[in-house]
Design a protein around this ligand. Structure first.
Ligand code: FA5
Length: 338
């Protein structure tokens, strides 16, 4: 029996060396340690032995059983590690990579501002920037709005503790532009403006304007109207009814306001147009001689036009947006439409 056990041991190790996967290893385990396996057969074969021989054979068979068990166990671990190593070579996973990415988009207001800049630069305009914290002088005085002028009240101002103010319109950039450039010139100045006013569907306390200005010899209202028509056809890409009506701004003479036909109700009257059928878009006119003088320009030689329009209002009319507060509400359902 001893001989048979030694044969089985060396046979087992030989077969083990040829194994390269876990399934074959399990087959080998069943062949040796299973109910009908070699070890069970050896144990059954002991029944005819003497008590003395049984004791001796039992001990040797037990050692063989333990050796087989531990060889299988450690080889199983080796195979598992090899498998894992192989997988690590083939597959890899970057734990720093976000599981699910949702990409944001440019806010529609920003897109509109960029598009307007693109339109005007294509027409030869420069783009100027002015400070949002502005001097009273630029916001009012140099724009021909003296201290006691009622026009100061129409643009409810946020005054700052340092004596400056949050600009109520982009028109102060007119003066900054005139003082820094020699005519002829044409520029636009897009940016944020602030007014302390009651909020409703078309009024915000902070909103955006686009200022435009052209100064050259022989500039007339016809040039102004042409330029405004360019904006409208570029933005709307189709016909939208507008009207120009005389209006008063101390820094232009003559002055006008331009309105769109309300694109929410198409002129029938609604809360956006306050039942008038029209939405005010911009103020404009021929630059007042006093303003040209304040900007260091001789009004007897040069003339110019200027306009300043609300960017939110423009987009509201383009996309039929019925409330200006949607722009800043941060509602993804609204923003993701654009
Ligand atoms: C002005 O601000 C003048 N500076 C415009 C101007 C420029 C006139 C150059 C002449 C020459 P007004 O206060 O009307 O004008 O505002 C211009 C536009 O800004 C309005 O037509 C409107 O479209 C927009 N706007 C004004 N107030 C608000 C507000 N609270 N919320 C949203 N948009 C506004």
């Amino acid at each position: 029996m001893k001989k048979r056990i030694e044969e089985l041991r060396s046979e087992f190790h030989k077969r083990l060396e040829e194994i390269s996967d876990k399934r074959a290893l399990n087959d080998l385990r069943v062949a040796y340690l299973g109910k009908k396996g070699e070890v069970s057969a050896l144990l059954k074969g002991m029944k005819d032995l003497s008590n003395e021989a049984k004791k001796e054979a039992g001990a040797i068979i037990n050692t063989l059983k333990k050796d087989v068990e531990s060889a299988i166990k450690s080889y199983f671990i080796t195979l598992e590690q090899e498998e894992l190593y192989e997988r690590l070579q083939k597959e890899w996973y970057d734990i720093t990579w976000p599981e699910k990415t949702s990409v944001g988009s440019i806010h529609l207001l920003e897109t509109a501002m960029r598009n307007l800049e693109r339109l005007f630069t294509s027409m030869g305009f420069d783009v100027l920037n002015g400070p949002e914290m502005e001097d009273e002088e630029y916001n009012f005085t140099l724009l021909n709005i003296p201290d006691d002028h009622p026009a100061r009240d129409t643009q409810d101002t946020f005054w700052l503790s340092n004596g400056k103010l949050l600009r109520t319109h982009t028109s102060p950039v007119q003066l900054r532009g005139m003082l820094e450039h020699k005519p002829p010139f044409k520029f636009v100045a897009p940016g944020r403006t602030y007014r302390n006013e009651a909020i409703d569907a078309t009024h915000e306390h902070s909103f955006h304007q686009l200022e435009g200005m052209v100064v050259d010899k022989n500039i007339t209202v016809a040039n102004l109207i042409f330029t405004l028509k360019q904006i409208i056809s570029y933005i709307f890409e189709n016909d939208v009814e507008v009207r120009l009506r005389p209006s008063y701004f101390p820094f232009v003479e003559p002055g006008f306001e331009m309105d769109f036909q309300c694109q929410i109700c198409h002129g029938k009257g609604c809360k956006v147009c306050k039942k008038t059928g029209w939405v005010e878009y911009l103020g404009c006119g021929m630059i007042h001689p006093n303003v040209l003088r304040n900007g260091g320009i001789d009004p007897d030689v040069y003339s110019g036009f200027a306009f300043g329009g609300g960017v939110e209002r423009l987009i509201m009319m383009k996309y039929s947006i019925d409330d200006i507060r949607h722009f800043t509400a941060g509602d993804i359902r609204f923003l993701s439409q654009f």
